[in-house]
Design a protein around this ligand. Structure first.
Ligand code: AMP
Length: 215
C-alpha cells in the first residue's frame, strides 16, 4: 500500500468509524477521529472537553478554530505517517486548514472517500448503535450484536448508547451534515480526489471497495 492520507466522509452512521478501524488494524494507517478525540477530552474533563461538550451532546459542530487546534497538535506528532481522517474535515474552513497543515509538511490529502447513505437508513442504524465505554469498539444491536448483551466481546467493558445517537439529535446531525459537510465533497471533487462508495453495501463490501481504491 502507498503511504497515503485518506479522508473518510459520510453522514453519521455510514460506517466510517468501523471502516477506519478495519483499515487501521489491517493496513497500518493511523486512525484519527476528531469525534473520538473530543469524547476522550469530555471523559477526562479537560479544558477542551468542557469547551466542546455542549456541541457534541447536542449534535452541533465544534467551532472550526477548536477543531483545527487539536488537528494541528496531532499533525505535529504524526507528520509523515499515512493517516485516515475520520469525521474531519466537516466544513470548508477545516478542509482548507488540513490542506495548509499538510502542505507545510510537504504532504497532501491523496483521496477523499465518501461512504454514502440515505437519511432513513442512518436513523435506523444509529438508534441501534452501541459502543464500549472502555475500548471504544462499535456494535449494532441489529447488524453486529455483542455475544453477551451489553458487554464488549473484546474487553468485557460496558456497552452504552451515545447521547447523540437519539433520534432527535440524529436528525439534527443529518441536517448539519447536509448544510456544512456536503460542500466539503465539492472541495475534493474539484481537486479530482473524490471517490464515492455506497454505504448500504454493508461492512465487508464497503471495506473491499475501499481497499481497491487505496491499493
Ligand atoms: P463523530 O464521532 O464523528 O460522529 O463526532 C461526534 C461529534 O463530535 C459531532 O457531532 C460534533 O459535535 C463533534 N465533531 C467531531 N468531529 C468534528 C469536526 N471535524 N468538526 C466539528 N465538530 C466535530
Amino acid at each position: 500500500m502507498k503511504a497515503m492520507n485518506v479522508v473518510l466522509i459520510g453522514p453519521p452512521g455510514s460506517g466510517k468509524g468501523t471502516q477506519a478501524e478495519l483499515l487501521r488494524d489491517q493496513n497500518g494507517f493511523v486512525h484519527y477521529s476528531t469525534g473520538e478525540v473530543f469524547r476522550d477530552h469530555i471523559r477526562r474533563k479537560t479544558p477542551v472537553g468542557l469547551q466542546v461538550e455542549q456541541y457534541v451532546t447536542s449534535g452541533g459542530l465544534v467551532p472550526d478554530g477548536v477543531v483545527l487546534d487539536v488537528v494541528n497538535a496531532f499533525m505535529a506528532e504524526n507528520a509523515g505517517k499515512p493517516t485516515l481522517f475520520d469525521g474531519f474535515p466537516r466544513t470548508i474552513p477545516q478542509a482548507q486548514g488540513l490542506d495548509k497543515v499538510l502542505s507545510e509538511a510537504k504532504s497532501a490529502v491523496d483521496m477523499a472517500v465518501l461512504v454514502d447513505l440515505q437519511d432513513d437508513e442512518v436513523v435506523k442504524r444509529l438508534t441501534a448503535r452501541r459502543q464500549c465505554r472502555k475500548c471504544g469498539k462499535i456494535y449494532n444491536l441489529t447488524f453486529k450484536p455483542s455475544k453477551v448483551a451489553g458487554v464488549c466481546d473484546d474487553c468485557g467493558g460496558e456497552l452504552y448508547q451515545r447521547k447523540d445517537d437519539s433520534e432527535g439529535v440524529i436528525r439534527d446531525r443529518l441536517s448539519t451534515y447536509h448544510k456544512q459537510t456536503e460542500p466539503v465533497l465539492h472541495h475534493y471533487s474539484e481537486q479530482g480526489k473524490l471517490k464515492r462508495i455506497d454505504g448500504a453495501l454493508g461492512r465487508d463490501r464497503v471495506y473491499q471497495e475501499i481497499l481497491k481504491l487505496i491499493a
